[in-house]
Write a protein that binds this ligand. Structure first.
Ligand SMILES: Cc1cc2nc3c(=O)[nH]c(=O)nc-3n(C[C@H](O)[C@H](O)[C@H](O)COP(=O)(O)OP(=O)(O)OC[C@H]3O[C@@H](n4cnc5c(N)ncnc54)[C@H](O)[C@@H]3O)c2cc1C
Length: 452
């Protein structure tokens, strides 16, 4: 006999947990199935020996009242307000990111002049879909060649010419979370030099448990409200009939016949279950090198981008700069991100990279001495980014076309909706989907949800 929960949610990330919490809050029943041994998905945290680590640098920022109210209803007073600070390593030096008036005068002279000419000769992009054209038109050819191109190619592992403009629009623009410090163009940069505005960019962060502390609290509320979270489990078969999913079989042998299936997991896995050719979408994955450092480190930023091709690492976050409780007093935590594709390259033997990364961190003047390194914990995180190549919209349209024939199967969140988003966007989509399925209210398209 199949069990009959009203909602079966695949994935216990921010989106799946938020959705389940919302429907449970309306007195409905929900089961969440998660392939990992832990909840939180990309928003989980890790604890080893008094050091907390997130999946890369993480902060909460939203201008949407519904999302903020939801966040605070989960966190209560258990949050801190943190001043944002990030940097970029360019031309062998550290610069504040986004680049501001302090940076302009510290650029090597030739670069400053060349970047200035770019501004004068600035042209509108010829191809509105091209990452290269968009970035060049905003930042000029010099900064494109010297930073954005090598950084993006190292990070995404595909040539910049194959990257869609939406990658720049969402990623680069989102790197600037306070409109008052936007330096998206050289013109903005110069204006900032002439008219510097004092800024005060703040974000919220859990007072305990790292960024994942939020998911832990939300997971507890899901269970308190009568929800079930089944870890280390997944779907092994889906039965469909008459335009509906009628039965779902789980890896642990359970069979369920839910009224609705909400899928926030990997779309290629879903295609396989539906017996369809997987859509041509690809997820990038990330290897995290979570490093315990026995002393403080030499930089004081929360995270730093590394564009140079002389190192495999693309970004490092200094965990104790997010919240002091993340590392023991007088010590530091470094979360080093190396991106790649699951099952290929460094993914196969990441431990081999540790000596090289440690040498780079000393050379890049982030760690004072090789003897400062303590334990290193390697975590492989699957599906961290949807790849926005030139054809990604068609590829996602094919993926969402797979579920259209089934009225009770919905796609949700960053991984399920193939969406380079932030956690607040996943929350907003989940809250809207709950109201949509419970009350028939319309849902916004992803583009509109982005405006939160
Ligand atoms: C490095 C990095 C930095 C980020 N920084 C920020 C930030 O500063 N601020 C911010 O708000 N957001 C940030 N984000 C984005 C944020 O982490 C995500 O938007 C959010 O966590 C997505 O939640 P989700 O539930 O939509 O997706 P996911 O977290 O991907 O959840 C999907 C879940 O489904 C599970 N799953 C997948 N396939 C299956 C399957 N077949 N069966 C069962 N389970 C399955 C996965 O294990 C996962 O738990 C960052 C993301 C990354 C990678």
């Amino acid at each position: 006999m199949s069990e009959k929960p009203e909602f079966l949610v695949i994935g216990a990330g921010v989106a799946g947990l938020t959705f389940a919490d919302a429907v449970l809050g309306e007195g409905r029943s929900a089961v969440i199935v998660e392939r990992n041994d832990h909840i939180g998905g990309l928003a989980r945290s890790y604890l080893y020996n008094d050091y907390w680590f997130d999946v890369g640098p993480k902060r909460f920022h939203t201008e949407d009242q519904e999302v903020l109210d939801f966040l605070l209803s989960v966190m209560g007073d258990d949050y801190i307000v943190v001043d944002r600070s990030s940097a970029v390593h360019l031309f062998g030096r550290y610069f504040p990111w986004p680049l501001d008036h302090r940076a302009l005068f510290r650029l090597p002279f030739k670069v400053m002049v060349s970047a200035g000419f770019d501004l004068i000769l600035k042209k509108a992009p010829k191809d509105e879909n091209s990452f290269t054209e968009y970035t060049r038109s905003r930042y000029g050819d010099t900064l494109y060649r010297l930073f954005f191109k090598p950084y993006t190619e190292k990070f995404l592992q595909i040539p910049c010419e194959d990257v869609h403009v939406d990658w720049a629009k969402t990623g680069i623009n989102r790197a600037v979370i306070d409109k008052r410090v936007r330096s998206e163009t050289l013109f903005d940069l110069i204006r900032t030099v002439l008219l510097p505005t004092p800024v005060d960019t703040k974000f919220l962060y859990p007072a305990a448990g790292g960024f994942g502390g939020f998911c832990e609290k939300l997971g507890e509320r899901v269970v308190e409200r009568g929800g079930e979270i089944s870890l280390e489990n997944t779907v092994v078969s889906l039965t469909t009939d008459g335009g509906r999913v009628t039965e779902v079989e789980l890896a642990n042998g359970r069979k369920l016949s839910p009224e609705h299936v909400v899928w926030s997991g990997n779309l290629r896995a879903l295609a396989h279950l539906l017996g369809q050719e997987p859509p041509p979408i690809r997820y990038l994955s990330t290897i995290l090198f979570n490093m315990e450092i026995k002393t403080e480190v030499l930089q004081k930023e929360q995270w730093i981008y590394y564009g140079g091709t002389d190192t495999v690492l693309s970004r490092v976050s200094i965990t104790n700069e997010m919240a002091t409780y993340m590392a023991p007093p007088g010590k530091a935590g470094l979360c080093v991100e190396v991106t790649g594709f699951e099952g290929t390259g460094h993914w196969l033997d990441p431990e081999k990279l540790i000596p090289q990364i440690q040498a780079d961190l000393v050379r890049l003047e982030l760690v004072g001495s090789p003897s400062d390194f303590g334990a290193v914990h390697v975590e492989k995180v699957r599906d961290t980014y949807p790849i926005y190549d030139l054809d990604y919209k068609n590829s996602f349209a094919r993926a969402s076309g797979m579920v259209k024939p089934f009225v009770n199967l919905k796609l949700l969140g960053r991984t399920g909706a193939y969406w380079y988003n932030n956690s607040d966007h996943s929350m907003k989509m989940a809250l809207q989907m709950a109201t949509h399925l419970l009350k028939g209210a319309p849902m916004d398209a992803k583009d509109a949800l982005f405006r939160v």
